[in-house]
Write a protein that binds this ligand. Structure first.
Ligand SMILES: [Zn+2]
Ligand SMILES: [Zn+2]
Length: 314
């Protein structure tokens, strides 16, 4: 304990860290607490230790006392010292956490801003991740190195977890039946904290159609000439050249139905004599995945496709 207490005292003497960041520095050393709770516990322990030393008439480093009062705003500590005739009365400095700059207090606001975009997607099982945060990670690394903290948790890992917890609540309030599912998530939600943006990567949906092909209609779409299939502005990032092929026509309708970005397409002959084929269409990054097959067949019928049957695998 004394080793941890000594490190904590050194950190507090030299840096202002919020409870999340202070707790995270010791993140690998206890379980069942959030870093915020752990940080508060560390701060309280340091204060108790100082109190005991004062009662025992021992000397307490001035720098630590000064930091606790002026940076950590520990007013009880201030009056405790004044009762003993120790007058450390520097001004309280409005400081923000040296690692996160107060980021952990902003998470709710950031999520509220990003929520409408996330709600455009249909999913049940999901995971949340955070893109790398070079500036925050560098600041954190410097403190870890300085105090030999090899047992800390990383800010990125804490952020993913805390954002996950908060997002889960918000999604449930928005009436979404969701669950954290790292084994086979339907959606991987990646939050970019620095730019306050979010990317939602959804699992593709695969649709099998039984179709009577029209002889005059080409089956396959050509790759876009400008990007050769990679996706560019000209082709609307689909990678295909517009045309009357079955692939392009069906693909376009399915992107509209699902809000997907691109597709993969292949066919198999079921009955060569009658030109009956099975079309396999995989929609990449769909927004909608709960699709009513009967309604879909009806829509495609109106669009002029000769669909006999369709089935969806999610
Ligand atoms: Zn912090
Ligand atoms: Zn293109």
């Amino acid at each position: 304990m004394s080793k941890i207490l000594n490190i904590a005292k050194k950190i507090i003497s030299n840096h202002y860290l919020c409870d999340n960041c202070l707790g995270r520095m010791f993140g690998g050393l206890s379980r069942g607490l959030s870093n915020e709770e752990r940080g508060r516990a560390i701060r309280e322990t340091v204060k108790m230790d100082i109190h005991l030393q004062l009662l025992e008439g021992k000397r307490v480093p001035r720098k630590l006392l000064k930091s606790l009062i002026s940076l950590y705003n520990e007013m009880e500590m201030k009056s405790l010292l004044e009762e003993r005739g120790i007058n450390i009365a520097p001004k309280v400095i409005e400081s923000s956490c040296e690692i996160c700059g107060g980021l952990f207090n902003e998470l709710d606001d950031i999520l509220t801003e990003l929520l409408p975009y996330i709600l455009e997607y249909e999913f049940t099982g999901y995971v949340v991740g955070v893109t790398s945060l070079p500036e925050y990670e560098e600041r954190e690394e410097r403190i870890k190195m300085k105090y030999g903290l090899w047992f800390s948790e990383s800010i990125r890992s804490e952020l993913s977890r805390e954002l996950g917890k908060k997002l889960d609540k918000k999604l449930r309030v928005a009436n979404k039946a969701v669950e954290y599912d790292p084994s086979s998530p339907e959606a991987t939600i990646i939050i970019d904290i620095t730019n306050k943006t979010v990317e939602v990567e959804t699992k593709p949906i695969q649709i099998y159609f039984e179709v009577y092909r029209e002889k005059e209609r080409p089956l396959f779409a050509k790759n876009c000439k400008s990007c050769r299939g990679k996706g560019c502005e000209t082709c609307d990032y689909i990678g295909k050249e517009a045309g009357n092929s079955l692939e392009y026509a069906l693909g376009k309708v399915m992107l509209k139905e699902t809000g997907g970005r691109r597709w993969r397409f292949s066919i198999k002959y079921l009955d060569r004599e009658n030109d009956k084929i099975e079309v396999y269409l995989k929609v990449i990054r769909p927004k909608k995945r709960n699709i009513d097959v009967k309604r879909l067949i009806k829509t495609l019928d109106i669009e002029g496709f000769n669909i006999v049957n369709a089935r969806i695998e999610k």
